[in-house]
Write a protein that binds this ligand. Sequence first.
Ligand code: ATP
Length: 226
Amino acid sequence: MLSVNAIQTCYGPSQALFGVDLTVEAGELVALMGRNGMGKTTTIRTIFGLTPASAGEVQFAGQNITRLAPHRIARLGLGLVPEGRRCFTNLTVRENLLATANPGDWTQNRVEALFPRLAERRHQLALTLSGGEQQMLAIGRALMTNPRLLVLDEATEGLAPVIRQEIWKAIAILKEAGMSILLVDKTLNELLPRADRCLILEKGQSVWNGHPGELGDAVKDRYLGV
Ligand code: ATP
């Protein structure tokens, strides 16, 4: 479904990615891992055309999207839950959901069934939500685009343990429903049991790709600082 081949990406004169490869097959949950500053967010920004690659290629559903504008990439069926959530704070919960809605199985009702707190807060401004509720809204907003692939950058960062569990439960429901997911998260004990495959970045390069069960202590120690 998604194929990223040898991408290199720069922020002005500063190069952040030096050759990242990754694939996500239909229905897979792929974990994108690496220590702070290794290029996970930049990889996601490159996939979505927010910081386009200077070399390499991104293909989605057989189409080369490397140089497409972000809104066109989103319309092809890539849904993003960005780091820091970035809800539209001056809109209500409902308005946030409707703002990105595309026709499909994911409707306001289905999102509210996944996250009942959003139903309770339907008419509240997103500004007034807790961090966990904003993350639920960010996931709901991405689902409302009816994506074929959902990408979450820092799925549970900074959230209370009880809210993290709600987010992980929702991710499990999405996977069960057949959603393809690319996910960044630092809580390996939650992430690894749920992932079909893991990819590790080190200094802007892909250095390891495999099944979570193959991820030995030496690799964890070397690349993840565990
Ligand atoms: P974290 O886990 O801390 O979010 P990350 O793995 O997502 O880190 P990136 O945010 O992609 O890493 O950063 C990769 C490299 O690119 C880092 O060296 C970072 O300093 C640099 N970088 C990120 N954003 C910018 C920017 N806007 N301008 C210049 N350099 C940047």
